[in-house]
Write a protein that binds this ligand. Structure first.
Ligand code: SAM
Length: 281
C-alpha cells in the first residue's frame, strides 16, 4: 500500500486572514488533522468551515501520538500537522514526527505561511541577510545568562521568542551580556495592538510601560558593531584588554567576545591561556 502524505501547515499568528489558499485547500482534503491543542484549532477549522477528524499532538504525547499518526500515514491516509499558531516545528512540536516519517520514506510536504520570527524580522529594520533564531531563552536567570552569552557572538541579527512576563528580565540580561546594542521588540504581530519598540537595549528597557507587558513577543538584537567594524583577531583583542587595560579574565573575555563576534566561552578559554603568558600573540 502506498503511504499517505504528511503536510506541515502554517496557520495564522493572530490575523485569521494570514493563511494561504493552498493551506486551506489541503486542510479541506486531508483525512486527519493533528493539532497541538484541538480545541484551539477547532476554532480555526470552524472559521474556515472545514470539518475534519482532529487528533492532538503536543510536547508530552509526541511519542505515543506520533506512532498513531505514522500508522495512519502507513495506511495511506493523509495527515495535516498544525500548531496553535504559525509554523509547526518552529518552537512548536513536530520535528520528531517529520524525522520519523521521512526515515520511513513517507512523503513530507511543508506548506509555508506565517512565522512570528520571520514576520518580526521583516518589519524590524535590522540586518536580515544573516540572522540566528534561538527560540525561547531559559526561564531561570543563571541558565538564561549563559545561553545569551553563548549567543553574543553569533553573526547577524539574533531573534528570540519571549514570554511577556519575562521581557524585562531578558532585556536586562541582554544588556548585561551583550552591551547596549540596538534592539527591536515586536509585540502582537498581525493583531490589533501590533507594535514595534526600537532603540538601544537601555532605551527600550527604560521605555517599558510600568506593570506587566502583555501579548506575544519577539526580541530582535542587532549584531555587535564590532562584528562588522573590527578586523582585529580575538587573541590580540584579549591581550590588549588583559595586559594593557588590566581587565579581569571575565570582563576581558566578555568584551572581546562582543568586539570580535566570538562566542563568550571561546574567548574565556583563550583569555585563561593568555593571562599567564608573557609573549604577545
Ligand atoms: N510556531 C510559531 C511560529 O511559527 O512563530 C511559534 C510558536 S511559540 C510556542 C509562540 C511564541 O511565538 C510566542 O510566545 C511569541 O514569542 C511568538 N509569537 C507567536 N505569535 C506572535 C505574534 N502574533 N506576535 C509576536 N510574537 C508572536
Amino acid at each position: 500500500m502506498t503511504s499517505g502524505t504528511l503536510y506541515i501547515i502554517a496557520t495564522p499568528i493572530g490575523n485569521l486572514e494570514d493563511i494561504t489558499y493552498r493551506a486551506v485547500r489541503i486542510l479541506g482534503e486531508v483525512d486527519l488533522v493533528a493539532a497541538e491543542d484541538t480545541r484551539h484549532s477547532l476554532k480555526l477549522l470552524n472559521h474556515l468551515t472545514i470539518s475534519k477528524p482532529l487528533t492532538s499532538y503536543f510536547d508530552h504525547n509526541q511519542q505515543f501520538k506520533g506512532e498513531r499518526i505514522l500508522n495512519a500515514l502507513r495506511q495511506g491516509k493523509s495527515v495535516a500537522l498544525i500548531s496553535d499558531a504559525g509554523t509547526p516545528c518552529i518552537s512548536d512540536p513536530g520535528y520528531q514526527l517529520v524525522r520519523d516519517a521521512a526515515a520511513e520514506g513517507i512523503r513530507v510536504v511543508p506548506v509555508p505561511g506565517a512565522c512570528a520570527a520571520i514576520t518580526a524580522l521583516s518589519g524590524s529594520g535590522l540586518p536580515s541577510d544573516t540572522f540566528t533564531f534561538a527560540g525561547f531563552p531559559p526561564s531561570r536567570q543563571g541558565k538564561r545568562r549563559s545561553f545569551l552569552s553563548g549567543l553574543s557572538g553569533v553573526p547577524g541579527t539574533l531573534v528570540l521568542y519571549e514570554a511577556p512576563h519575562r521581557l524585562e528580565d531578558t532585556l536586562a540580561d541582554l544588556l548585561e551580556v551583550m552591551g547596549d546594542r540596538q534592539v527591536v521588540v515586536a509585540r502582537e504581530l498581525t493583531k490589533i495592538y501590533e507594535e514595534y519598540a526600537r532603540g538601544t537595549l537601555s532605551e527600550v528597557l527604560a521605555a517599558l510601560p510600568p506593570g506587566r507587558t502583555r501579548g506575544e513577543i519577539v526580541i530582535l538584537v542587532a549584531p555587535g558593531q564590532a562584528v562588522v567594524d573590527t578586523a582585529e583577531p580575538l587573541d590580540r583583542v584579549l591581550w590588549r584588554l588583559l595586559k594593557e587595560e588590566g581587565l579581569s579574565v571575565k570582563d576581558a573575555s566578555r568584551k572581546a567576545a562582543e568586539l570580535t563576534g566570538t562566542a563568550r566561552n571561546e574567548a574565556y578559554s583563550l583569555a585563561l591561556q593568555l593571562k599567564d603568558s608573557d609573549s604577545p600573540p
